[in-house]
Design a protein around this ligand. Structure first.
Ligand code: PEP
Ligand code: MG
Length: 883
């Protein structure tokens, strides 16, 4: 095996496809050299050596000595300089480079090869003693830090003393003699700390640096970075040894970083910074303020310092040519490092540039327009999840913020408002025109009106599929859930966090994209749904197979979803309508009724209201399928919660408070999610589903008459586990439909289907399919019931499970393919074996998750249903999955 790969001077042992072996930096240096760009010659020691280095107790095989010697000979041959030569020394840089960039996580040594003899040679050959001594002291400082592990504070201190002695403030004011003296002081420091002198042997220096770079792979900060970014520890880093070029050789030298397009807007304009007479790290270190690359950028910023385009027009023209060449070659926006040494341009790095969602969109669409990439490639270039950033207001990145807590990023967007601690107050204050953030320990369906009225929602408990999270995403409200460090005192109307109190009315800001909670108002920026967005969506629609529907029940949500391109409703949760202002009393009377007659009386009041809701939805969704789910939540959730609600109810229904209390006690459940809910309600209280079915068919008939276009309702039954349940309820629905058709004299087309959200239903899908036109996988409950993990409480431990790698991702966010996914596959297969045209969809939160959508494509589902703001994400993800 060999470990050293050369590049430069017409030689390239590797190329851009060798990232795993040579690291990103090494592979791209080889590639740039191969296409004839000016790259200082060098060689890369592969990542395989890093692995072997650790396998063999942090030592190198003997064969590497010869390989490195050959690599050095390659550099010497091209530069005409010799490593360690006292007259005209070759200096090299030694840098790390892993498969993926790990910014600032690993180490670099520059100017390696300087010692007491070669510094004189460098001074003579460069004709610049000041530059030579400055380079030497920089080298000692960097090498001592990175390789010898000495504290760089003492070096900084010595530099400060040197400046004080000379009565100057800036490094640039020190002269050759000052640097020489400081170098002497640095060497003394090393000897004091280390007990031996600074290494003068250039080969010892080189091997020390190579070992240090490999060693930095296992440094604490690198480990932490890998853990946070899910980078495997066995990838290893490569080491790049490259001839030094100097941006600090006077006024005709410079160094800079650039992007071939604007990484924040995507505009096709060179974008970057440079510094005259500086070395690479000066640009990043921020000691001097870098200047603009182009004249246009300088003028736009009204900056005085001259741009590179103006100060070095010829080199800039060459740089621009290289930018174009690199873009054409890599077919993507590039992030570049370069150095100009006495008027000569050198490329030190290129890689695909990081960009904002907005820039990603624009660059993809522009590049397809330029013919650089195909429409399909453009679709694949944009991260669907990042589209979210474009659809909601976001925090102004320039704004100052004081973060007081962090929870889960449950629903994106940023919002500021007065903290309020109950839904009624939220509604009241919002009604008076005030912006409010609803803060709750957790939310329940009763809080819906407050959530609607609020700008954003913050909860102390609950995960990514908690009530607050699901509803907020559906409404497009920013939400931070499960902020465990927030403790809420409802009685005193305040929350405590990090030792301070936030009272009702005090302004807070939440960022649903990061999960951060801030004190005070933080400025936001509004989204711009620019033309590129529509263009990319249209391309995505052409290639995707999966249909995309929405989970929506309010008219506003339905409209938003249609604007975002939803092709129907996949889930209309009717219980949300039960909580509307003024209805809850009738709902409670219905639940608490002692007998069927009592229930029917209350239901009769609800019928016209439900029918009105459905009429409006059918009108908004004209021409598109609408799946309406019959009542699902445990009755328990609708019960009065305190004495005053109890008293109110008693007064309204003419029953005694005692009687109501007794009934509430009867309905109490220990485990309501596994209790009296879903189709079990329809089996035990058929009149509830009968009322809902009647409302649906009457609404459809009215809209058909009114518009001439008959809606096609799809009636969906929740939480079915047996064929018999669905059979009974289907007959009830059919009977009701027939009755309405007879009364209205109009027969309508409709479907009856079921949710698959219990493992038993998935396993017995063949039997259940006999009774169903369609299946919709309710993966929230299916995940809960398959894993035996509560969707409302899991946040407490799921994070740790993901951290420990027990789950790769939160199973309530991305489908657990091995378990839940297997049940979906089984159900799809067994269902279709019985009924070939059985329509299959998904309406759990996973329907808006790109990874889960890829799974749905693979499994052959017909559609996914996502909350309105996730519809564009789902369209793009479905397209990517189809490609
Ligand atoms: C589900 O369980 O996945 C589902 C969509 O229903 P809900 O979230 O209303 O329980
Ligand atoms: Mg469910």
């Amino acid at each position: 095996a060999h470990y050293v790969y050369r590049f430069g001077g017409g030689v390239s042992d590797g190329g851009k496809g060798d990232k795993n072996l040579l690291g990103g930096k090494g592979a791209n240096l080889a590639e740039m050299a191969a296409i004839g760009l000016p790259v200082p010659p060098g060689f890369t020691i592969s990542t395989e050596m890093c692995t072997r280095y650790y396998e063999e107790g942090e030592s190198f095989p003997d064969s590497l000595r010869d390989e490195v010697a050959n690599g050095l000979a390659h550099i010497e041959g091209i530069t005409g300089k010799t490593f360690g030569d006292a007259a005209d020394p070759l200096l090299v840089s030694v840098r790390s480079g892993a498969r993926v960039s790990m910014p600032g996580m690993m180490d670099t040594v520059l100017n390696l090869g300087l010692n007491d003899a070669t510094v004189e040679g460098l001074a003579a050959s460069a004709g610049d003693p000041r530059f030579a001594w400055d380079s030497y002291r920089r080298f000692i400082q960097m090498y001592s830090d990175v390789v010898l592990g000495l504290d760089h504070g003492r070096f900084e201190e010595a530099l400060e003393i040197a400046k004080e002695d000379r009565g100057v403030h800036l490094d640039t004011e020190l002269e050759a003699e000052d640097w020489r003296r400081l170098t002497g002081r640095y060497k003394e420091l090393v000897e004091e700390e280390l007990g031996r002198p600074f290494p003068q042997d250039v080969h010892e220096q080189l091997w020390g640096a190579i070992g240090a770079v490999f060693g930095s792979w296992q440094s604490e900060r690198a480990k932490v970075y890998r853990r946070l970014n899910a980078i495997p520890g066995d990838w290893g880093t490569a080491v790049n040894v490259q001839a030094m070029v100097f941006g600090n050789m006077g006024e005709t030298s410079a160094t800079g970083v650039a992007f071939t397009r604007d990484p924040s807007t995507g505009e096709r304009a060179y974008y970057g910074e440079y510094l005259i007479n500086a070395q690479g790290e000066d640009v990043v270190a921020g000691i001097r303020t870098p200047q603009y690359l182009t004249r246009a950028a300088r003028e736009a910023a009204k900056a005085k310092a001259v741009s590179m385009e103006e100060s070095m027009p010829e080199v800039f023209a060459e740089l621009a040519r290289v930018f174009d060449l690199l873009e054409a070659h890599y077919r993507d926006m590039q992030d570049i490092e370069f150095t100009v040494e006495r008027g000569r341009l050198f490329m030190l790095q290129t890689r695909s540039g990081k960009r904002t969602a907005r820039a990603a969109l624009r660059i993809a669409v522009d590049m397809a327009g330029e013919g650089l990439i195909s429409e399909e490639e453009a679709i694949l270039r944009v991260d669907p999840a990042a589209l979210d950033q474009l659809l909601h207001p976001t925090l102004d990145p320039a704004a100052e913020r004081k973060v007081i807590a962090k929870g889960l990023p449950a629903s994106p967007g940023a919002a500021s408002g007065a903290a309020v601690f109950d839904a009624d107050t939220a509604e009241k204050r919002a009604g008076l025109g005030e912006k409010v953030i609803l803060v709750r320990i957790e939310t329940s369906p009763e809080d819906i009106h407050g959530m609607h009225a609020a700008e954003g929602i913050l909860t102390a408990r609950g995960g990514m599929t908690s009530h607050a999270a699901v509803v907020a995403r559906g409404m497009g409200r920013p939400c931070v859930s499960g902020a465990g460090s927030v403790s809420i005192d409802y009685a005193r109307r305040l929350m405590r966090v990090g030792g301070q109190e936030v009272r009702e009315g005090e302004t807070i800001t939440i960022d649903g994209a990061s999960g951060e909670v801030m004190l005070g108002e933080v400025a936001t920026v509004q989204p711009e749904l620019v033309g590129d967005f529509g263009t990319l969506m249209a391309w995505a629609d052409k290639v995707r197979r999966l249909a995309v529907r929405t989970n929506a029940e309010t008219p506003a949500d339905c409209r938003t979803a249609r604007e975002f391109g939803a092709e129907g409703i996949g889930l209309c949760r009717t219980e949300h309508m039960f909580f509307e202002a003024g209805r809850i009393a009738n709902v409670r009377r219905m639940i608490l009724a002692e007998d069927e007659a009592g229930r029917r009386a209350a239901l009769a009041n609800l019928l016209p209201e439900q029918r009105g809701d459905f009429e409006e939805i059918f009108r908004i969704m004209a021409g598109l399928p609408v799946t309406i789910r019959l009542l699902d939540p445990p009755l328990h959730e609708f019960l009065p919660h305190n004495e005053s609600e109890l008293a109110e109810l008693a007064a309204a229904s003419g029953t005694s408070a005692e009687a109501i209390k007794r009934r509430v006690g009867e309905l109490h459940e220990f485990n309501p999610m596994l209790g009296h809910r879903g189709c079990r309600l329809g089996i035990t209280y058929p009149e509830i589903y009968e009322m809902q079915a009647r409302a649906i068919f009457e609404a459809a008939a009215r809209v058909a008459t009114e518009t001439g276009e008959a809606p096609i309702p799809e009636v969906m039954v929740p939480l079915v586990g047996t064929r018999a349940e669905l059979g009974i309820i289907r007959k009830l629905i059919e009977r009701t439909a027939e009755a309405v058709f007879a009364e209205t004299g109009r027969t309508l087309d409709y479907r009856v289907g079921t949710m698959i959200e219990l493992p038993r239903a998935a396993l017995l899908a063949d039997q259940i399919a006999e009774e169903a036109h369609f299946f919709s996988f309710g993966t929230n409950d299916l995940t809960q019931t398959t894993l035996g993990v509560s969707r409302d409480d899991a946040a407490r431990f799921l994070g740790i499970y993901v951290e420990k790698g027990i789950f790769e991702r939160d199973p309530f966010v991305s489908i657990d393919e091995d378990g839940v996914g297997q049940l979906i596959s089984i159900a799809a297969e067994r269902g279709r074996a019985v009924k070939q045209d059985l329509k299959l969809g998904i309406c759990g939160e996973h329907g808006g998750d790109p990874t889960s959508i890829a799974f749905c494509e693979k499994t052959g589902l017909d559609y996914v249903s996502a909350s309105p703001y996730r519809v564009p994400i789902a369209r793009l993800a479905a397209a990517q999955a189809a490609l």
